[in-house]
Every structure is written in structure tokens, then in C-alpha cells.
Write a protein that binds this ligand. Sequence first.
Ligand SMILES: NC(=O)c1ccc[n+]([C@@H]2O[C@H](COP(=O)([O-])OP(=O)(O)OC[C@H]3O[C@@H](n4cnc5c(N)ncnc54)[C@H](O)[C@@H]3O)[C@@H](O)[C@H]2O)c1
Length: 391
Amino acid sequence: MEQAVVKILLLGICGYGSNYIKEISERDIPGIKIEGICEVVPNAADLYPIIKEQNIPIYQTPEDFYKEHTADLAVVSTPIHLHYSQIVTCLTHGSNVLTEKPVCTSVEGAHKLEQLEKETGKFISVGYQLNYSRDVLALKHDILDDHFGKPIYMKALHAMRRGDKYYARNSWAGHIDVKGCAVNDSPFNNACAHQFQVMTFLLGERLERAAELADVQAEPYKGNPNVDNFDTITVLAHTVSGVPLWYGTGHAIVDKKLGPIAEYRFEKGTVYFGKDFGSGPIAEYVYIGDTGEQIDYGRIPKGERLQKFYDAIEAVRTGKHPVCTVQCAIPHLEAVEKIAKLPIVSIPAEGVEDIREDDDTFHTIVGLHDIFITCYKNREMLSQEGLPGNK
Ligand SMILES: NC(=O)c1ccc[n+]([C@@H]2O[C@H](COP(=O)([O-])OP(=O)(O)OC[C@H]3O[C@@H](n4cnc5c(N)ncnc54)[C@H](O)[C@@H]3O)[C@@H](O)[C@H]2O)c1
């Protein structure tokens, strides 16, 4: 039997959302059609040849699109503060949704979206791509099968410098609030969200659940004086079953990229990401059991780069919910909300070095590279390694 065509609405195609339209343009994905686009950039139709070739209509709002069309799947890649209302519109007009992370801007909103999924019978799949990666899913299966024993702790470090250009790319980057809506944009909520969220995902009691958090402590700092929100942070959270999760991330750092590195300790052994086995760090998950067992998850093909997109299309056809549910997004969102209540410490001017490179300016916290490495080793907070305390 021939498969029905999956009709897709793309919301936001000029930022991260360009990945989806490029994927469709460059790959011959069978049985899909871009039914319409929702985008506010005036010349969007000139940016991707597929739009004119296939005569794809562009609308300013999803409401305008639904006046004339239906869609099986809506892909939301718009600014964070628009997600909630756009997802509601798409679900209530009969579309399933693949939304970029974070699912929305509050835990309360996320619970309402879960309720709306039930009422409409449509799914929301959240775009934390690591959750769809087949090596991560294999690792999660092994954790759920109790192969490693109980989790003892998890930690991860992922920082990357971002300068004035990054923050100037739109009207909400680095902002706490946009027109009264909490955005809480930061490395923890945006560019480096994945390494924290995946720890909660891996510890979820089922494949499509993340571990809930009992508490969240954090030390948010601001190295770049021009940014509204913090740009550097250490976080220590505990899951409800008491597993400590340590995370360090930031943009006010001299390194183009520091990590990601991670270490997940279990009763019987340790899972590493980015461990140096003597010939450089391996950017793959590897389990080393205390009695010598080794599992190299790097051998497992990860799937497509946009596996989340392919899984969402498949889910439309099969009716099976994609793995990253709204619940999988909630513990990370809860941490974002709790951190937003904490005071941000501004690093004094003498502790910040401005670096001019690549036609950009980076405001970097002096010594942060070494401080982060030590904090990671000892699972410490930044103030314990010399940044001004925020207590
Ligand atoms: N999964 C990842 O690794 C990853 C990476 C980067 C960004 N993201 C996520 O992607 C989303 C977008 O981030 P970004 O950095 O591309 O943002 P952006 O602001 O740079 O781009 C968003 C796009 O939405 C469009 N837009 C703005 N208002 C709109 C409206 N009212 N209706 C329709 N379109 C509108 C903009 O013109 C732009 O094309 C965010 O949720 C972000 O967290 C995910």
C-alpha cells in the first residue's frame, strides 16, 4: 500500500531551522511535502531555491497557514518565547509537533502542553538531538537493564566561546526576558543545553522519560558585561533518587570549544565521553567496567544528523510517540527556572580579558579554562576555585 504523504509546516527557517529546509532540499526524503512555511524574514523566499521551485507558500503566522492548509507535522524552530503559543496553535489545528528545545519557557507551560497532547491525540517531540542518537539510546538501554549497577554520580563540562556577533544575531540572545516573557537564554538553556539534559534523560526510569530533580544549586556568572543573563555557570543538581549531577558551561571563555566531556559513575564501572586513552580524547561514549569490561558505544551508528526529524516523520506514520517527550524536557526546564531566581555575579573588569578575533570580540573570564577543569575533576562550584563568591 502506498504511504500517504506527510505534510509538513516549517516555522522559522532562517536560524537553526535552516537545517530542516536544507535537509529536505538536499536529501530525497520519500513521502513528505513542505505544505507551508511560517517565517517573518521578508526575503525568506529568496534564500532557499526549493521555496520557488515547489511554490511553497510563506505565512507570517501559523493561524494564517491553517486558514488554507492542514499539516501532519509542524517543525517549530522559532525563538524560545514563541514556542508555547505556536505549539498550542499547531496541536489544536491537528498537527503533531517537533519543537526545538526548550519546549517552552516554564514548567507550568510544559505541563499544559502535555495535557493538550492528551486532548488532541497529537504528539510533541522535543529537539534535544542526543536523545535520538542511537548510541545514546543503546547506552540508556544498558543503564535500564542494570548492566552497570546503580548510578553514583554524573558530571559533564561543555563550554564554547561566543562573542558580540553571537549575541547580536537576534533580539533575544542572552536575554532574561522578552516583552514580559521569561526567555532565560544562556549557554545552559541554549547552545550547551544538551549535556545537562542528556544526564537527566539517561537516568529516566523508562526510555521516554527523564529523571526528575529534587534540588538544583548553581553559581551563575556574567563575564560579558553587555549580556543581560549569566554566561558562565556551574550547576549541581540531585535527581529524586539522590544521584548528583554536576555541570559546568559557559561562553565567556577563551577556548573555541572546551569539551564536551562527561563521566557517569555507576556501581560497577564508569561511562566516559571525551576520555583520553593515550592518543587523544575519544569523543564517543565508552564504558569501562571495574573488572575490565569495555563497551565502545562509538561503534554504534548514531543515525542521521537530524534523526529527530526522521523519527518525527516516522511517528506520524506509525502513531508511536518519539523518544524525547515533553516530560524529557521538564527537568532541564525546571533547572533553568530555578537558576533564574539566583543572583548573577558580574566578574569585575580586571578579571575579564577582551579578545579580538575573527572580526568579533570575546569577553573572556581570566583563567576560566583551568578553573573549569579543576571544578570538573572535583565536582566543585566556580567560587571554590577562585571566582568571586555569590553567596
Ligand atoms: N538543537 C540544537 O542544537 C539547537 C541549536 C541552535 C538553536 N536551537 C533552537 O532553535 C530555536 C531557534 O533558535 P535560533 O538561534 O535559530 O533563533 P533565531 O532567532 O536566530 O532564528 C529563529 C527563526 O525564527 C524566525 N521567526 C522569528 N519570529 C517569528 C515568528 N513570529 N513566526 C515565524 N518565524 C519567526 C526568525 O526570523 C528566524 O528565522 C530555539 O529554540 C533554539 O534553542 C537548537
